[in-house]
Design a protein around this ligand. Structure first.
Ligand SMILES: *[C@@H]1O[C@H](CO)[C@@H](O)[C@H](O)[C@H]1NC(C)=O
Ligand SMILES: *[C@@H]1O[C@H](CO)[C@@H](O)[C@H](O)[C@H]1NC(C)=O
Length: 373
């Protein structure tokens, strides 16, 4: 009798669990990412268990149903930092990481810094993982995620990554991708981060899709000392193809995104809202197709002074794209300085499977981020 009851309970749990999984399929360059596939979902209960599931060599579907708070897991460090952006209470302070202050900011004022050590280096995520959140409940606080050193085929969906030493530059990044392939990050909210919300490092990061994410730059500490976060999306890498679609960038002030080295970026249907300095920075080796994006209250959409890359972007629909990408490119709205007619960009993207583009809109303000699947 008791035994039958247990079996029934297990069956009920199994049917509930079977419904859990990644929602939808990736668009763009990482469209063949499958993550943990049909692996039986696991529900970590502690920060240690989460680290273990993410880092082991099993294909896994890992479901977060609460906040995993790493703020105090490794204690604090107190040391001397510097204040290159000013000494006001709204300015970020830099940690002297790898002697950065000593070497690059010798004239900056110094000050004592106390930060949480766990934030400095994100949690390693192995290959073949899906990391998904339940409703609006899955949050990782105080530490980011790293997909590096050959990690391949990872999906991160519907979680928040928050509060990584936000007052300190070099205090930690939220999402790091370096020497990886087939990474899909979707409906993720990042907020109050010390350094980059997203950083694709100098190694080849191959195929990456960043879609429907909410990059919330609102912070009490900023390198521009104005409540807008400067370090947002840094796309470096020796061979990177990045789809950036449907994202909402709120209260940023720089590197939103910065693109360089050898990176193709297809930026489509994103919404930038309130940027106090610049959005796009396109350095040498950045090849950017920007279409169907909407800009609202952005000081400088493309930083003209640093522009050394290649750009195709228009403020009216352009049939010039048809011969390379099979359809017209869609107009950006309020794109300002973000204009370009680079045929290199179109020839680079020729033969790639690009997602469709809708008309530019402010929709991502309501559809991007955690809890909006
Ligand atoms: C990931 O899954 C693929 C396909 O099953 C497999 O070939 C590969 O070895 C896995 N990677 C790791 C690191 O387990
Ligand atoms: C993109 O196009 C430019 C101009 O044709 C070319 O120099 C560059 O090598 C291309 N990038 C890649 C990765 O093929």
């Amino acid at each position: 009798m008791k035994y039958a009851f247990v079996l029934t309970a297990i069956a009920a749990m199994a049917s509930k669990v079977a419904a859990v999984g990644v929602s939808g399929t990736p668009e763009g360059f990482a469209s063949s990412a499958t993550g943990g596939g049909s692996a039986t979902p696991v529900y970590p209960s502690s920060t240690d268990e989460l680290v273990s599931y993410l880092g082991d060599s099993e294909a896994r579907v890992i479901v977060l149903s609460k906040t995993f708070d790493f703020t105090d897991t490794e204690g604090t460090t107190t040391t001397t930092g510097c204040q290159p952006w000013g000494t006001g209470s709204g300015c970020q302070v830099a940690i002297n990481k790898d002697d950065w202050c000593t070497n690059y900011q010798p004239d900056a004022a110094t000050t004592s810094v106390t930060y949480n050590k766990a934030g400095e280096l994100g949690i390693t995520v192995g290959s073949n993982k899906s990391l998904i959140g339940e409703g609006s409940k899955g949050t990782i606080k105080g530490r980011g995620l790293r997909m590096v050193s050959g990690a391949k085929n990872i999906i991160i969906q519907n979680i928040a990554v928050t509060d990584i030493n936000p007052q300190y530059v070099w205090g930690g990044d939220a999402i790091t991708i370096n020497e990886a392939d087939l990474i899909w990050v979707d409906h993720v909210t990042t907020a109050r981060i010390g350094r980059q919300h997203y950083v694709l490092g100098t190694e080849a990061d191959n195929r990456v899709s960043l879609t429907n994410n909410y990059i919330n730059g609102e912070s009490d500490w900023s390198a521009t000392c104005d409540g807008h976060h400067y370090w947002n999306v840094y796309l470096d890498g020796s061979s990177d193809k990045v789809t950036f679609k449907g994202n909402y960038l709120y209260k940023t002030s720089g590197r939103a995104p910065k693109v360089q080295s050898n990176t193709y970026l297809h930026a489509v249907n994103n919404y930038w809202d309130e940027n106090s300095n610049h959005a796009f920075e396109i350095g040498s080796g950045g090849y950017v197709l920007a279409e169907g994006n909407y800009f609202s209250n952005v000081n400088e959409v493309l930083e003209s002074s640093s522009f050394e890359g290649a750009l195709f972007a228009a403020d009216s629909d352009s049939s010039t794209c048809s011969s390379s990408i099979g359809r017209s490119c869609v107009a950006n709205v309020n794109g300002g300085t973000l204009t370009g007619t680079s045929s290199d960009v179109l020839s680079n993207l020729s033969g790639e499977t690009l997602p469709d583009a809708d008309k530019a809109s402010t929709d991502p303000a309501g559809s991007a981020g955690q809890g909006n699947l």
